[in-house]
Design a protein around this ligand. Structure first.
Ligand code: NAX
Ligand code: K
Length: 556
C-alpha cells in the first residue's frame, strides 16, 4: 500500500480527473459513500458504544483484518446481498452530526450525509463557514443536501449541542488544511473532542498535518479515520497515528499505482510488500544441500568493557537470523571475559596492547579480519575513543564488504563533517545505517524532536543524499533506500523500547546480508522480523513491558 503526501495526493487526483477523464464528482461520491458505510457498520456492530480500539486499527491498515463492507460473509447460492444503506432495518434513534468545512473534505461529508439519511439515520449538518462559501463539487453537494431537506446549522449563527447525538463525522479539514485550525474550525474540533462522542474522520483527522503526523492544537481525536484513496503519511507517523484511531483505507476510483509517478514511493511494509515489491523469498534462503559456508559469515566489531552485552546480543541475533557463522572481534584484553558466553560464536582478538580499549585496536586489524567474512557490522557497545572517526573512515573506505553501522559508530559518522560521510567517497558495497532518533539528529545536526516531526522526510532525504540504506528506528520504523524509496514498518510494539533491542536489530540485518539479501531487502526484512519476534516474545511473557532484548533474540 502506497503512502503519500498531500501534494502527491493532489497530483494523483488531478491525473485521474484530467488524464483518465474520471469526473471529480464520481470520486467525491465514492469518498462520501465510503465514509457513510463505515458509520453504518459502526451502528450495526454497536461500535459506537465501544471505547477506543487503538490496537485493532493497525491490523486494518495492514490488510490482515481489512473491513470489506457488507459482503464480509461468503455469499451462498440464493443469498440476496443488499446495499448497506438498505439493510439498516432498525436504525433506532441514531443521530449523527456532520461537521462540514468549506473545501472538498466538507463535500465528502455532505455526500456521506445523504447516504446516512438514505439508511434511515438522523443527520444534522454543522457548517463551519456560511454554506455559500462552498465552491465547485462541494457546492453541488450542499445544494443536494438542502433539496433533500437535511437539517443544517451554521457555527456562530446557531447553537451546536453535541450532547444528544450518537456520533460525529468530521469533514472539516482534509489534505488542503494548512497549519493549526482557525476560528470556527478550532471551536468545532474542541467541542467534538469534549463531547466524548465517537468521531469518524473523513480522510484525516482535522488538525493533523497530513504529511508529517504533527498534531496541531486542537486536533480531532478520531475513533475511526476513513482514509480516501491512498494512505497519508501523517496517519502512519506518531503522534498523528494516535489521533487517527482505527484507520480504514477505502478505494474511491483513483488508481493507487499512479502514486510513484507523482512523488516518492513510500510503502507500508507488510508481508505482501516484502514478497512482491522487495522480492524477499524466504523459501530460497536455505538451500537443501547447503552447509554453514553457504549461509555467510558475519564479522562484528563491537563491545567494550562496560557494554560487552551489546556485542553478545548482536552476534547471537545474527546467528538466529540464519547466517552460517559469526565472529565477534573485540580488543584482545576483553576476550577472556566473554569466552563461552555464546558457545556458537567465534571470537577474534584485535591487538590492543593489553589495554582493553578500541583506540589501541587498529581499523586495519578489523579490515584484515573482514577480508575472509561476508559482512562487517560495527557499533553496538563500541563506545567512543580517541581517533574513532578516522577509525571508522578507514572501515568505510577500505572494506569492500557490506557494512552495517549502528550506535556509537553513528556518532563517529556524525563527526565526519557538515556534508556527511559522502565526502569519504562512494563505497563499493552497500552501507546500512540504523540510527534511533537521537543518533539521526546528530547525523543531521538537528534536535530529536525536529527529527520526529518528519521521520519519513528526514530519513528519505538523508538516504538519497548520502547514498546509504537508512533505518530510522522507533515506533513505525522507516527504511529508506539510496534510490529514494521508503518503507514504513508495521510490526513491533512499545515494549521493545528496551536496552539492547537495537543491538539485536543490527545483528539480524547483518545475518540476513550474509545470506545474500541485498541492503534494501535485509534492512526491511530485518526490521519486520525484529518487530515480529518482539510481538511473539511479548505474547510469551504476557506483558510487553517486561520484555528484554534477549527475549527478542530467543523469539526469532
Ligand atoms: N479530487 C479531489 O480533490 C478529491 C478530494 N477529496 C477530499 O478533498 C479533500 C481536500 O480538499 P481541499 O483541497 O478542498 O481542502 P480541504 O477540504 O482540506 O480544506 C481546505 C479549506 O479549508 C481552509 N483551511 C485550510 N487550512 C485551514 C485552517 N488551518 N483553519 C481553517 N481553515 C483552513 C482553506 O481555506 C480551504 O478552503 C481531501 O482530504 C478529501 O477529503 C475527495 O473528495 C476525493 C476527491
Ligand atoms: K477531516
Amino acid at each position: 500500500m502506497f503512502i503519500v503526501t498531500a501534494e502527491q495526493m493532489r497530483a494523483v487526483d488531478e491525473h485521474t480527473i484530467q488524464k483518465l477523464g474520471i469526473p471529480a464528482a464520481s470520486l467525491m461520491e465514492n469518498a462520501g459513500r465510503a465514509i457513510a458505510e463505515e458509520v453504518i457498520r459502526m451502528c450495526r456492530e454497536g461500535d459506537v458504544d465501544r471505547r477506543s480500539e487503538q490496537h485493532a486499527c493497525w491490523n486494518d491498515v495492514n490488510g490482515k483484518r481489512a473491513h470489506t463492507g457488507p459482503g464480509d460473509r461468503p455469499a451462498h447460492g440464493g443469498d440476496i446481498i443488499a446495499d448497506p444503506a438498505l439493510v439498516m432495518e432498525q436504525p433506532g434513534d441514531q443521530q449523527w452530526y456532520m461537521l462540514i468545512g468549506k473545501g472538498n473534505n466538507g463535500g465528502d461529508g455532505l455526500v456521506a450525509a445523504r447516504h446516512l439519511v438514505e439508511a434511515g439515520l438522523g443527520v444534522t449538518l454543522v457548517y463551519a463557514d456560511a454554506p455559500d462559501a462552498l465552491r465547485g463539487e462541494a457546492a453541488v453537494q450542499r445544494d443536494a443536501a438542502a433539496q433533500i431537506g437535511i437539517p443544517a446549522l451554521v457555527h456562530g449563527r446557531e447553537a451546536v449541542d453535541f450532547s444528544r447525538c450518537t456520533g460525529i463525522v468530521d469533514a472539516l479539514l482534509g489534505t488542503g488544511s494548512r497549519g493549526a485550525p482557525r476560528g470556527a474550525y478550532a471551536a468545532l474540533i474542541e467541542a467534538a473532542n469534549d463531547s466524548g462522542k465517537p468521531v469518524v474522520s473523513a480522510d484525516v483527522p482535522s488538525g493533523l498535518n497530513a504529511d508529517t503526523g504533527e498534531v496541531y492544537e486542537p486536533c480531532i481525536q478520531a475513533r475511526v479515520t476513513v482514509c480516501l484513496a491512498l494512505l497519508k503519511r501523517g496517519l502512519v507517523q506518531y503522534p498523528g497515528a494516535s489521533a487517527a484511531g482505527r484507520i480504514v483505507v477505502r478505494s474511491i476510483g483513483i488508481p493507487a499505482r499512479l502514486a510513484p509517478e507523482h512523488g516518492p514511493s513510500v510503502r507500508l511494509l507488510t508481508e505482501e510488500v516484502l514478497r512482491s515489491a522487495l522480492r524477499v523469498d524466504t523459501g530460497r534462503l536455505r538451500a537443501p544441500d547447503g552447509h554453514k559456508g553457504t549461509y555467510g559469515h558475519v564479522l562484528l566489531a563491537a563491545g567494550s568493557l562496560p557494554m560487552s552485552g551489546a556485542g553478545l546480543l548482536s552476534a547471537k541475533a545474527a546467528l538466529r537470523a540464519g547466517c552460517g557463522l559469526a565472529t565477534w572481534a573485540l580488543p584482545a584484553a576483553l576476550l577472556p571475559h566473554v569466552i563461552g558466553t555464546v558457545p556458537e560464536l567465534m571470537l577474534a582478538a584485535a591487538a590492543d596492547g593489553d589495554s582493553g580499549e578500541w583506540n589501541a585496536a587498529s581499523a586495519d586489524a578489523v579490515l584484515r579480519l573482514a577480508e575472509s567474512r561476508d559482512v562487517l557490522a560495527t557499533g553496538p557497545g563500541l563506545g567512543r575513543f580517541k581517533g574513532d572517526t578516522d577509525w571508522l573512515r578507514r572501515l568505510w573506505q577500505h572494506s569492500d564488504r557490506p557494512l552495517v553501522i549502528d550506535a556509537d559508530a553513528l556518532n563517529m559518522l556524525a563527526d565526519a563533517g557538515p556534508t556527511g560521510p559522502r565526502d569519504w567517497g562512494k563505497r563499493s558495497a552497500a552501507t546500512i545505517l540504523t540510527p534511533h532518533p537521537g543518533e539521526m539528529g546528530r547525523l543531521l545536526g538537528m534536535s530529536t524532536p525536529e527529527v520526529q516531526r518528519d521521520r519519513i522526510g528526514h530519513a528519505a532525504r538523508y538516504a538519497r543524499e548520502q547514498g546509504v540504506t537508512l533505518v530510522l528506528k522507533g515506533a513505525r520504523t522507516v527504511i529508506a533506500t539510496p534510490s529514494g524509496e521508503a518503507y514504513i514498518n508495521t510490526t513491533g510494539h512499545a515494549g521493545m523500547a528496551t536496552g539492547g533491542a537495537g543491538d539485536v536489530l543490527t545483528g539480524i540485518i547483518a545475518g540476513l546480508l550474509a545470506q545474500g539479501l541485498n541492503a534494501e531487502q535485509a534492512a526491511a526484512f530485518g526490521v519486520f522480523l525484529h518487530g515480529q519476534a518482539g510481538e511473539r516474545a511479548a505474547l510469551l511473557r504476557g506483558d510487553p513491558a517486561s520484555l528484554l532484548a534477549g527475549d527478542i533474540v530467543d523469539a526469532l
